[in-house]
Ligand binder design. Structure first.
Ligand code: FAD
Length: 418
């Protein structure tokens, strides 16, 4: 059997390496440019706090959390299925899954939106449940914004719920993301439960890493280019070395994959997490809060220690505010504006929250417009045999796709070597 090279030790590369290990294959290597596993899934340890780089949640609706990385092995800390949101008159009301949280769903303030919007949303939810799979996403021609306009949702519902919530999921305030992804995530939120792996999102990578022998990893090895010859592939390393492999799994993230394959660079969406600490929780619920404002700095915020207290030292609370466009502001200005906006939703914030840390993720997710998804699908079909793709460009950019596409790529590699 020739050597299999996995390039990249993010979730996709780790899922591929885990699958090969489970199959008893030892002639494979994982080349990773940095000195750590996890890629974009990162948690920083800071004075007893555990700070994720960006706001990440996992979902039990993802099959990968049964088949590859069982949710139970991650000691899941559960979110409620719902959000707190600000109505047009500034009140904060809960908007929860009516079957899972009937008491919260029918709380005072119901309905927070007009019946037309609720009926249309119910219709969208039913459609999403009927076709929840990823299959149609690569063929979808409509953006989320176009679909919402076609369904004549009111500005109130779009600005009060759909944009802050799904804009935060896609990291795309303009909702140019494929409507296929709106249906996909809506179905996931309805069918599954959202959770944080205990201790931070990096736990996903650490749990996979523990299942792969140490000597499979080559850290600090960046691949510069790939050449296909008659007897396999030659990987040119930044260090000047050359590594031969009969099968290559590219698990690099969208930007680097496109660069190595000579494809046009995808547009990447940034995000920034602004962390605050406090002695008391700002609110008691285990859910996101969606502020209502036109083009706010803070898209949503969450008292994450309500979900997982281990993210902060004993008796201290941690709040994470998610920003899509940091407008080039320095940390001090980000803290000030974020505090003002959060205080606009929950006035107690001003006397409670203390600035802790800002974490910027400049290239978080690729822009997933319908056109981009169609183009990537077509490009994938042009790859030479033996060069396998995993991660962002193998489907849509999420944990499920990273894990599943990594495992599938390993399966294909095994097929070639049997
Ligand atoms: C802020 C943020 C929030 C997110 N939130 C969610 C969420 O809530 N739910 C969800 O499902 N998904 C979420 N995602 C998406 C999900 O985290 C990613 O889709 C997934 O982690 C991608 O994994 P990957 O292995 O494909 O890529 P990456 O994590 O990018 O891993 C690629 C690896 O390749 C390495 N590498 C790059 N170039 C080279 C090279 N030339 N040579 C060698 N190694 C190289 C990198 O160092 C990296 O380790 C989020 C992503 C971000 C950034």
């Amino acid at each position: 059997m020739g050597r299999i090279a996995i390039i990249g030790a993010g979730l996709a590369g780790l899922a591929a390496a885990r699958r090969l290990t489970k199959a008893g294959v030892s002639d494979f290597v994982v080349l990773e440019r940095s000195s750590r596993v996890g890629g974009r899934v990162q948690t920083a340890a800071c004075n007893g706090f555990r700070l994720d780089a960006g706001f990440h949640v996992a979902s039990t609706a993802y099959p990968a959390f049964r088949e590859i990385l069982p949710a139970a092995s991650l000691e899941p800390a559960w979110f409620d299925s719902g959000v707190l949101l600000q109505t047009r008159n500034g009140r904060v009301v809960s908007f929860h899954h009516p079957l899972r949280h009937p008491r919260k769903a029918w709380q005072s303030g119901w309905p927070p939106f007009g019946w037309w919007d609720l009926l249309q949303f119910g219709r969208l939810a039913m459609e999403a449940l009927v076709r929840p799979g990823e299959g149609g996403i690569g063929r979808e021609r409509q953006s989320t914004a176009q679909l919402l306009e076609q369904r004549r949702f009111s500005e109130d519902f779009v600005d009060g719920f759909l944009r802050p919530f799904f804009g935060g999921v896609f990291l795309d305030d303009d909702l140019q993301t494929s409507a296929g992804l709106l249906r996909y995530y809506l179905a996931n939120f309805l069918l599954g439960r959202a959770f944080l792996p205990k201790g931070g999102v990096e736990r996903l990578a650490a749990t996979l890493r523990a299942q792969i022998p140490d000597d499979r990893f080559l850290f600090g090895q960046a691949v510069r280019g790939i050449e296909k010859g008659a007897d396999g592939f030659r990987l040119a390393l930044e260090s000047g070395g050359i590594l031969a492999a009969s099968t290559v799994i590219l698990a690099l993230g969208a930007e680097e994959t496109a660069r190595i394959l000579g494809w046009p660079a995808p547009r990447m969406q940034p995000t920034t997490s602004i962390y605050f600490r406090s002695r008391r929780a700002l609110y008691p619920d285990r859910c996101l809060v969606l502020p209502r404002a036109k083009r706010p700095l803070v898209r949503h915020f969450a008292q994450v220690t309500n979900v997982d207290p281990s993210l902060a030292p004993e008796g201290v609370h941690l709040l994470s505010a998610t920003v899509l466009d940091d407008r080039g502001l320095d940390d001090e200005s980000l803290f000030q504006i974020a505090l003002r906006e959060i205080g606009g939703v929950m006035p107690a914030a001003a006397g409670l929250l203390e600035p802790l840390q800002v974490i910027r993720v400049p290239s978080a997710l690729p822009g997933q417009t319908p056109q981009h998804l169609v183009t990537w699908r077509q490009r994938r079909a042009t790859l030479p045999e033996g060069l396998l793709l995993a991660g962002d460009l193998a489907g849509n950019a999420c944990q499920q796709n990273a894990l599943q596409s990594g495992a599938h790529a390993a399966e294909s590699a095994l097929g070639r070597h049997r």
